[in-house]
Design a protein around this ligand. Structure first.
Ligand SMILES: [Fe+2]
Length: 349
């Protein structure tokens, strides 16, 4: 089955939100943490964070506060790309100071014991030539939580004998997405080669027919669908969209747009979660199709995974809950109404 075209998306989203398949719950910001018992895992995720600037520090402080306040020790911190912005002054290497001030210190092991699985964003290829190789090499350093065994890889979370979640990490920097020439220098920009795109695709298809945990997440930097500044990414919709649907992937996690979003498309099994508020300057959403949610704010995303449900929560740079939804094994979802939210146009109904 093919994914719907972006042209039909608005109608599809509107239809979805008028249908009885969509439910809302009235939950306050704490209730899900207190109500969920038994075997659960907590994950945090951010994208578009690697500036070393004030907003990255503010979001990181909110993440630390959230974990401490709720007595959460995250199983992993998922890093959704654009991990390092701008050229490092003295060249980017595994010895660069930026590893300390953009990753190790700002997300300390005392709060995030790791691992911290990362995928590559366009800035990771472009801002420091060969930067993707440095990020792969740093992951081999002993003692680091930085996890990037390859440009694409898989890991399972939960008990080894019965994992809860399979995560498939992909590199979305296709030549058609991140290639071309640099506007200033005119030099070719770094990205995957066509051979790598083909190899990744074959690997991805094989992983999808291999035994997986009850829940499967796919993470990559670029969105398939987005109401943000960059919009939809057609090559991913075309190449990955049918696979996500056929293999009933529960959620696709990404960044790239500098905002927080949760999109649902009628007929698709996958929920689309965009967490691009980790520190880079936010950008206004380009569309009013905030369905169920989208806002151009800094922040992070928390996921609590259980045997029956995935609960995703977007939080702002103060740690305040902005949006929450529950995804079930069968693909259905429920959006939580947050009673204190006063502006329904922000997406919570
Ligand atoms: Fe990006």
């Amino acid at each position: 089955m093919n994914a719907p075209s972006s042209l039909s998306r608005r109608r599809a989203l509107k239809t979805l939100f008028c249908s009885s398949a969509w439910l809302s719950l009235n939950l306050d910001s704490r209730s899900i943490l207190e109500a969920t018992e038994g075997e659960v895992l907590d994950l945090l995720m951010i994208g578009d964070f690697g500036t070393s600037g004030t907003d990255q520090k503010k979001v990181a402080a909110a993440m630390r506060g959230f974990c401490q306040e709720n007595k959460i020790t995250p199983e992993t911190l998922l890093l959704l790309g654009d991990n390092f912005y701008s050229a490092a002054k003295d060249g980017f290497s595994i010895e660069s100071e930026r590893w300390q001030n953009t990753f190790e210190d700002i997300y300390p092991a005392s709060v995030f014991p790791g691992p911290c699985p990362a995928v590559l964003g366009n800035h990771d290829y472009h801002d420091n030539p060969g930067g993707e190789k440095v990020q792969l090499a740093y992951a081999k350093k002993s003692g680091t939580r930085w996890t990037m065994p390859a440009k694409w890889y898989r890991f399972d979370l939960g008990p080894k004998e019965s994992p809860l979640v399979t995560v498939i990490a992909l590199d979305s920097n296709f030549p058609a997405i991140s290639g071309g020439k640099d506007k200033k220098s005119g030099k070719p920009r770094g990205c995957l080669t066509e051979a790598e795109v083909a190899a990744q695709h074959a690997w991805f298809k094989n992983e999808l027919i291999t035994e997986r945990a009850p829940f499967t997440l796919v993470m990559a930097h670029h969105p398939l669908y987005s109401n943000g500044d960059h919009g939809d990414t057609k090559p991913l919709v075309e190449q990955w969209g049918p696979l996500l649907q056929e293999h009933r992937i529960h959620a696709y996690l990404c960044g790239h747009d500098h905002d927080l979003q949760h999109l649902e498309l009628e007929g698709l099994h996958t929920s689309f979660v965009l967490s691009g508020g980790g520190g880079a300057r936010t950008r206004e959403l380009e569309s009013d199709r905030k369905m169920p949610y989208g806002d151009d704010v800094h922040g992070f995303t928390h996921l609590r995974a259980g045997r029956e449900t995935l609960v995703f929560s977007h939080h702002d740079a103060e740690g305040k809950l902005l949006h929450r939804f529950t995804k079930r094994l069968d693909g259905s979802f429920e959006v939580a109404r947050k009673s204190i939210l006063k502006e329904p146009e922000h997406g919570l109904i």
